[in-house]
Design a protein around this ligand. Structure first.
Ligand SMILES: Nc1nc2[nH]cnc2c(=O)[nH]1
Ligand SMILES: [Zn+2]
Length: 443
């Protein structure tokens, strides 16, 4: 495939306050965006582009480009449980369904098979970047790393750390765990793959003791790794954490005292954070992966995302499979809007998220939450080209075409984007690019 690409047509790039929509062209070389300019400029230079070896794709009226989706939180080993076992709250759900399933990943062949399906499914759904929890197993989680490399997905991958006993026997002794995490980090770094990074992954404060969390935060600092975990998802969980750490006034303080809250840290959920915890998140630059599907399915609660954003907390979206019942970021962004509306209906004074903001959270918001916004999340010269070609009326599209729009052209374009946000699915995502590499093509 050519390493020189040009797309001509409608280019959509959401920011928190706006949605940029230009009708022009985007030029890509060696996976990076080298120019974004008007259609007129393209027309004037078309012959030069052709002579210098660019592959040119002119998008149709019903097609447009958006940045690839960023899933800030998903559990790759839990995919076989997708859509089942959602009749228990978090802690019972973990013991009854999740830990027993994750134990199976001591079998690396099983791991390789499941992870191949997971990565292919996510790419098909337009997830160009995923921040994964693997399992406790070193070799099994390395299979996930191999899969994302094989399929050219951008990924942060974490070997899950746990050293607190549970009924499933799903934990490691502290020294074994620390050695495995160090080996995992080194092996991932040895791949020198530009798309894949290791992420330090203490499961949560009920699965890791203080000593393990302290040592893990040191490993993260020494290797400049992101840290991911869970926080304040469920009221029982918070109660148990505060009982175990009576010296701490809130859940966030537990992680903070263990050094987990460095400046490269993403925490899933944060449904029940107090005002002072939210302020700490904003002050320290800690991100939240908002996981509306699992917060609903496991009955954890309604996360006040608008409040977090107003306080200056970085927020991205996570599908959180299999607490979440859907692996698509389109589902996650719709459910983020729904939860936000429900909070408003219940009397929250903050305004609900609109579709533009939800699209921002699924793209640039997520990239920012993962500290990748210098590389991805929007279309800007110098960034990598991680993009989705959307065709509103693709073959088998779930969206019917009517001729009733009264809107002028620019506005009509935004109506098309809005229809995709509310109604679209993987059938509308006709091409997917990661760093300029085409990873899906149903055109
Ligand atoms: N939703 C969710 N919450 C958790 N908290 C600790 N582990 C998990 C998990 O696997 N899923
Ligand atoms: Zn999770």
């Amino acid at each position: 495939m050519s390493d020189k690409l040009i797309f001509v047509g409608n280019i959509i790039s959401p920011t928190l306050l706006n949605i940029e929509c230009i009708n022009g062209f985007i030029q890509v070389q060696n996976g990076k965006i080298t120019d974004i300019n008007t259609r007129k400029y393209f027309n004037q230079n078309e012959q030069t582009f052709i002579k210098t070896g660019y592959t040119i794709k002119v998008l149709g009226l019903n097609e447009f480009l958006i940045p690839g989706f960023v899933d800030c939180h998903t559990h790759a080993p839990q995919y076989p449980n997708l859509g089942i076992g959602l009749d228990r709250p978090l802690l019972e759900w973990l013991d009854k369904y999740t830990f027993p399933l994750e134990c199976l990943y001591s079998d690396t062949e099983f791991a390789a098979k499941v992870y191949d399906q997971v990565v292919r499914r996510l790419i098909n759904n337009g997830t160009t970047t995923a921040c994964y929890f693997g399992s406790l197993h070193l070799e099994g989680t390395l299979e996930l790393v191999k899969c994302v490399i094989k399929h050219n997905q951008r990924a942060l991958v974490g070997k899950v750390s746990m050293n607190v006993k549970n009924d499933a026997g799903y934990y490691n002794d502290t020294n074994v765990e620390l050695n495995q995490v160090k080996t995992f980090v080194n092996k991932v770094l040895e791949y020198k793959n530009k798309l894949v990074e290791p992420v330090i992954t203490p499961r949560f404060a009920l699965s890791c003791d203080k000593e393990l969390m302290k040592q893990l935060s040191t490993i993260a600092r020494e290797n400049s790794c992101l840290i991911q975990s869970h926080i304040s998802e469920n009221k029982k969980e918070i109660e148990f954490v505060l009982n175990s750490y009576s010296e701490c006034s809130n859940y966030a303080e537990v992680y903070d005292r263990c050094g987990i809250f460095n400046n490269k840290c993403i925490m899933a959920h944060g449904v029940h954070l107090t005002e002072s915890e939210m302020s700490m998140f904003a002050r320290k630059g800690i991100s939240i992966a908002h996981c509306p599907a699992s917060n609903t399915r496991l009955r954890s609660g309604l996360c006040p995302v608008r409040k977090l954003l107003d306080k200056g907390v970085k927020v991205g979206l996570g599908t959180d499979v299999s607490g979440g019942d859907n692996s698509s970021m389109l589902d996650a962004l719709r459910r983020a809007m729904d939860v936000s509306e429900h909070l408003n209906l219940l009397g929250a004074k903050e305004s609900p998220l609109n579709w533009r903001e939800a699209l921002y959270l699924a793209t640039l918001g997520g990239a920012t939450a993962l500290h990748l916004n210098d590389k991805i999340g929007s279309f800007e010269v110098g960034k990598d080209f991680d993009a989705l070609v959307i065709d509103l009326y693709s073959k088998d599209s779930p969206i019917d075409k009517y001729d009733s729009s009264l809107a002028q052209e620019q506005e009509a374009m935004l109506e098309r984007v809005q229809k995709f946000v509310y109604l679209g699915d993987d059938r509308n995502i006709v091409q997917v690019y990661v760093k300029g590499i085409k990873v899906k093509d149903i055109l």
